[in-house]
Design a protein around this ligand. Structure first.
Ligand code: ADP
Ligand code: MG
Length: 241
């Protein structure tokens, strides 16, 4: 999958949330790192057609996502940032509902629902209501719906929010595996979530790209004993100060 963002800007009134953002994505895992307010969710809401940019365009396989919206959205899985949704639905009903929104046929939905529930380790909880789920379980339910239909593009906005350390590790493993055959973009303000799994990182600061590229090349001192983990963290701090 190819996703090309060209000169995208978005303001809320006078507040500039995203300024002249350009980047090209292909298969693999990408991280958008930045503190709260950097513009990550604004970018992701534009990438998922939930928000219209003021300027610029987003091309998917060379086609403008706004003029090829239906076709494009059928290829997207989205983990939105907010999680308090469909409290009265059982997890299974929620997945069936999301599958129908995605246009997955009911024959396929049966297998898909089973598969994605397993992927997030919630197979035993399909009959429970989402309102009774813990924060980590709700987040895993959101991850599960994004995986329905194995979309070629997976867009994750702060996907590890509310996950405990064990759940974080299994999410990292899931993403690493998924990124082998798909384009995965993860927004986060937590560096350890994406170190060692992102082939490219984009540091977002006040709506602009402060630095971007292969983390091993961005962080020059990787031969030193601390390794890429702390180098990336240090680089992130330097970019955002
Ligand atoms: P992030 O996801 O990185 O925390 P956001 O994209 O949510 O950043 O926000 C970027 C900037 O735009 C922030 O200053 C935020 O306050 C502002 N903002 C976001 N959404 C709205 C909105 N609906 N109305 C007004 N300002 C907004
Ligand atoms: Mg956000």
């Amino acid at each position: 999958m190819l996703l090309k963002i060209e000169g995208v800007s978005k303001s809320y009134g006078k507040k500039k949330a995203l300024t002249d953002f350009s980047y090209s994505f292909e298969n693999g895992v990408y991280a958008v790192l930045g503190p709260n307010g950097a513009g990550k969710s604004t970018l992701f809401n534009i990438l998922t057609c939930n928000l219209k940019q003021d300027e610029g365009r987003v091309l998917w396989q060379g086609k403008d996502i706004r003029t090829h919206k239906d076709e494009y959205l059928a290829n997207i899985g989205f983990i939105p940032q907010q999680q308090d949704i469909y409290r009265g639905f059982t997890f299974e009903r929620f997945l069936w509902y999301m599958a129908s929104l995605k246009g997955i046929k009911s024959n396929d939905a049966k297998t898909e629902v089973k598969k994605v529930a397993e992927a997030v380790n919630l197979s035993e909880d399909l009959n429970r209501k989402l309102g009774a789920f813990s924060g980590g379980m709700k987040q895993r339910a959101l991850i599960a719906q994004a995986l329905l239909g194995s979309p070629g593009i997976l867009i994750c906005d702060e996907p590890t929010a509310g996950l405990d350390p064990k759940e974080r590790i299994s999410f990292r493993e899931l993403v690493m595996e998924y990124g082998k055959n798909a384009l995965v973009i993860i927004a986060t303000h937590i560096v350890p979530d994406v170190e060692n799994i992102a082939k490219e990182v984009i540091f977002l600061k006040e709506g602009r790209i402060a630095a971007a590229g292969d983390p091993n090349k961005l962080c020059k001192n990787t031969e030193h004993s601390h390794g890429i983990e702390s180098e990336l963290e240090a680089f992130y701090m330097s970019v955002n100060n």
